[in-house]
Design a protein around this ligand. Structure first.
Ligand SMILES: [Zn+2]
Length: 260
C-alpha cells in the first residue's frame, strides 16, 4: 500500500511537471506570434515612412525638371532674339541674363543628381524593407497555423494529463494528497523527493535518525522535518539488480493505460 502510494505520488509529480510545461507552452506560444506581429507593424510603419520620403524626392525631382525646362526655354528664346537687339547695352544685358539662367540650371542639374542618388538609396532601403516584410509574412502565416495546431495538441495533452492526475488521486489517500497539493502550491519544485544516505534531496539537510528510521520502515509517507517535502527512502548503495530484459514501466504503456 505504502509503496503504491509513493509510486503514485511520483507519477503525480511527473504528471504535474508535464502540466506545468504544457501550460508554459500554451502561455508562451501566442507571445511568439505577438512578437512577430509587433515586428511586422514596425516594418509596415517604416514602409510608410520610406514611401513618404520617396514621394517627397519625386516631387523635388519634378520641380527641378520643370524649372530646368522653363529656364532652358527662356535661354533659347533669348538666343534667337539676340541678333535682333539694337544696342550693345541691350545685348550685354541679355547675355548676362542668359548666363545667370544657365548658371542656375547647372546648379539645378547638380541638385537633381543628388536627388536621384538619394532616390536610389531610399529605393534600395524600401526594397530591402519589403523583402523583410514578405519573409515575415510567410513566417507569420506559418506561426499562426502552427500556433493553432500547437494549442489544440497541447490542450488535448493537458486533458489527458488531468485525467491521469485524477487517477493518481484515487490511489493516494486524501490527507496525503492534500499535503502534496499544499506543498506544491507553496514550495519550489519538487514535492516528493527521495532521501538518500539520510539526506533529503529536496533541501540537502540531514534527516534526524529517528525520522530516518521510520522512513526506512516504509509504513507511511513522512515529510522532511526541514523543508516539509514528502519523502521516500532509497537505499544509498542499491544492490546490483539482475538485468531485466524489458522493464514494464514505460511511457508508452502508461499512456495506453490512460486511454482506456
Ligand atoms: Zn527537506
Amino acid at each position: 500500500m505504502y509503496e503504491k502510494q509513493v509510486e503514485q505520488l511520483v507519477v503525480l509529480q511527473k504528471v504535474d511537471d508535464d502540466i506545468l510545461l504544457l501550460e508554459a507552452e500554451i502561455d508562451q506560444a501566442p507571445k511568439d506570434v505577438a512578437a512577430l506581429e509587433s515586428r511586422h507593424a514596425s516594418l509596415e510603419k517604416r514602409k510608410e515612412q520610406l514611401e513618404e520620403k520617396l514621394a517627397l524626392l519625386k516631387e523635388q525631382q519634378k520641380k527641378l525638371e520643370f524649372e530646368i525646362e522653363e529656364d532652358g526655354v527662356k535661354v533659347k528664346k533669348s538666343k534667337s532674339k539676340l541678333m535682333l537687339v539694337g544696342t550693345t547695352k541691350e545685348y550685354h544685358a541679355m547675355m548676362r541674363e542668359m548666363d545667370s539662367l544657365e548658371k542656375l540650371n547647372r546648379l539645378r542639374e547638380e541638385e537633381k543628381i543628388t536627388v536621384l542618388e538619394e532616390t536610389t538609396r531610399q529605393n534600395e532601403m524600401y526594397e530591402e524593407n519589403n523583402t523583410k516584410i514578405e519573409a515575415l509574412n510567410v513566417e507569420l502565416g506559418e506561426k499562426r497555423v502552427g500556433l493553432k495546431a500547437k494549442l489544440t495538441s497541447a490542450q488535448s495533452k493537458l486533458d489527458k494529463l488531468n485525467r491521469q492526475r485524477g487517477k493518481c488521486g484515487l490511489v493516494v489517500p486524501a490527507p496525503i494528497l492534500g499535503r502534496y497539493e499544499f506543498i506544491r502550491s507553496r514550495l519550489a519544485h519538487p514535492v516528493i523527493v527521495p532521501v538518500i544516505d539520510s539526506f533529503c534531496t529536496g533541501c540537502n539537510i540531514m534527516i534526524p535518525p529517528q525520522v530516518y528510521n521510520s522512513l526506512q520502515e516504509g509504513k507511511q509517507i513522512i515529510s522532511c522535518p526541514n523543508c516539509q517535502r514528502l519523502t521516500y527512502w532509497i537505499p544509498s548503495e542499491p544492490e546490483p539488480e539482475p538485468v531485466k530484459p524489458e522493464k514494464p514501466k514505460r511511457a508508452s504503456k502508461a499512456k495506453k493505460a490512460v486511454k482506456k
